[in-house]
Design a protein around this ligand. Sequence first.
Ligand code: ATP
Ligand code: MG
Length: 408
Amino acid sequence: MSAAIASIPLLFLQINRRKTMTNFKIEKARCVTRTGWHGNAFVLPAETFGDAAGEEIILQSAIADGVTLTRAGTLADWRTRVAMPCAGNSRLVLALSAAFAASCLGMMNAEGGGIHFRGGSSSGKTTALLAAASVYGPATFMRTWRATDNALESVASLHSDMLLPLDEIGQLEPRAAGGAAYMLANGTGKTRSQRDGSTRAAARFRVLFLSAGEIGLGDLVREGGGKVRAGHEVRVMDIPAEPAGGTLGIFERMPEGVTPGQFAEQLKRATAEHHGHAFAEWLRYLTGNADTARTALRTKADELLKQLVLVDAAGQVRRVAQRFALIGAAGELATDQGLTGWKSGEAELAAYVCFRSWLKARALREARRTQVRRERLHPQRAHPRLGQQAARVRPQRPQIARRQQRRR
Ligand SMILES: Nc1ncnc2c1ncn2[C@@H]1O[C@H](COP(=O)(O)OP(=O)(O)OP(=O)(O)O)[C@@H](O)[C@H]1O
Ligand SMILES: [Mg+2]
């Protein structure tokens, strides 16, 4: 009797469990290791925009502090207090346009790369980076170069298809500088071994990075004993932070009655109070209108490219011009969507002005390199007095000496 009573709750439990088992639905989720486009969906740590084809996509990352994409204030106030005051300032408009362009690289099959603002201290470089970062989130969205390349790789995976603002290039280990630039621009991390000896797939990402510092990448590579290659210059576009002939640091136009220093402080305060909304709106537009956005970007970028370079421009110049053209086009499209409050053509003009600055700085570097080469080969032409001394001691080249012997 007692055994029969004891078995009743047991039976009830078993029936109940069976019921639960039949009601249990297996939910599948796809784990991804980088942010950004996965099919038609754009994945962020806390939300996914667009059509994930019925799947749940979860972002897994090894980075503890993740990526800060929080929102504060309102889009309207961000537009009037951050974006609109930037109009007329080529570097600031370029930085904000780059923030919008970063999510378009994948859609346009464009390669990653970076823009580096090189200029003196307290000229407004970090302010420009903060303004661009505010499209996405607060100041903590911005990172510094002070990181090992392993950490940089993980950070890049969390900024994939997004802007990666990296301040203070001077803090990067000089010997790692060239490699870090290639790694970020090419979008592939290192291949590593696993515990069992097999190789782990290398991290893949796609970033547009915005960098700043008092020195250029080339200076840092040379400081580390390396050689600056054309590949570096194409991947990281070094732009003088201060426009030629300007006296306002990175700025060219400011609100009336405001000094450049005050303008920088106003912008920083505004980015702290209003951020994050523009990116969410931008993603809503891109994911909801991918085909239209792609066509508009292609048309605008092609038009701008024609104004930047001739069809037969050198390969390296054309490649850089393509990146500037896409940045300008993204800025224009963001303006068309009512995100920036700029007048039409503002982003294109900024891309044009900054591309000319890059070109001029490159020509100066080339001229300097040619001069150094010439000095080595023909010291008498470069420094007449020094050259006379050098010519006296310089041995004749064998074929010249032979020719002279024959004449005698
Ligand atoms: N163009 C400018 N002219 C004068 N003062 C400026 C200018 N830009 C910034 N400042 C002042 O310098 C402060 C720091 O600005 P910011 O961080 O943007 O400079 P930075 O160029 O990044 O300097 P650093 O190279 O030292 O990091 C600002 O709070 C402001 O007071
Ligand atoms: Mg700074």
